[in-house]
Write a protein of this length. Structure first.
Length: 265
């Protein structure tokens, strides 16, 4: 079937913010890329956006969302900016004493994003992801969140199967050379314990609107969450961060906003 889905890392439709992020494209070029993709015949296009950038206020973020929606994308991924060590942006924030948004500001961005996109008809199916219909939810990402085995091909690609996770060498030239030598490009691997698998499945499942099927979780990981986490789950329900309904443990919108913390239960 060939390529049937295209994802474009636009990040912002604001030239100043794109420059700050070190992106090579302009807002105009981003729009041209969307138009070109439609003209090429793609009917399933996703846009990646970033919020929480230094110098970005709610007005500029809403403008970016509005511009993105004008292209009627089938899918949107809206990520809060995170800083990884040893990256140029991390160094820039450190040298210039720049700050990421405070917790309450980040929450405002998250809630505003969810409202604008759901009001526009999108399904908020994972913390950072929105789709125009269930059928347009990102299938490869759903594999991660549902703890389904996946194979990653190419430099730095990660794979997961059973209890084993492995990842390839990141250097492109080294990767190509090793492949032509008929050797494996795997750099490193790890074997996860039963406890690690269960915690990871909990962490990933609580990022999605569908949450965790409690019976399936118990069968797969040997953990009865309702019994072993009874008091904690009751408190989370009282705080309206999760709901237990129809045999599933699901995060509320407020729970999705603090999904990383929910996984610590």
């Amino acid at each position: 079937r060939g390529i049937n889905r295209l994802n474009i890392g636009i990040q912002s439709f604001n030239d100043s913010l794109l420059k700050f992020l070190g992106r090579r494209h302009s807002a105009k070029e981003a729009g041209a890329a969307m138009d070109a993709a439609r003209q090429a015949g793609f009917d399933n296009i996703g846009i990646d956006l970033i919020y929480g950038i230094y110098g970005q206020d709610m007005k500029t973020w809403k403008e970016t969302l509005s511009k993105a929606l004008s292209f009627l994308p089938e899918h949107l991924s809206c990520y809060q900016l995170s800083l990884d060590e040893k990256t140029p942006l991390y160094e820039q924030y450190g040298k210039e004493s720049l700050q990421l948004p405070a917790e309450n500001e980040a929450l405002d961005f998250f809630m505003t994003t969810s409202k604008i996109l759901t009001d526009a008809g999108y399904i908020h199916y994972e913390v950072s992801n929105f789709a125009r219909s269930e059928a347009l939810c990102s299938r490869h990402n759903m594999k991660y969140w549902r703890h389904i085995p996946y194979l990653g091909l190419g430099p730095a690609a990660h794979s997961f199967c059973d209890r084993r996770r492995w990842w390839n060498k990141a250097d492109v030239n080294a990767y190509i050379r090793i492949i032509f030598e008929g050797k494996t490009p795997v750099l490193q691997s790890e074997e996860l314990s039963a406890e690690q698998l269960a915690l990871e499945a909990l962490f990933l499942g609580l990022r999605t609107k569908d949450g965790i099927d409690l019976d399936e979780y118990q069968i797969r990981y040997g953990v009865d969450l309702l019994t072993q986490k009874k008091q904690i789950l009751r408190k989370l329900e009282e705080d309206k961060l999760v709901e237990i309904k129809d045999g599933c443990l699901r995060p509320t919108l407020s729970g999705m906003a603090v999904a990383d913390s929910l996984a610590l239960i």
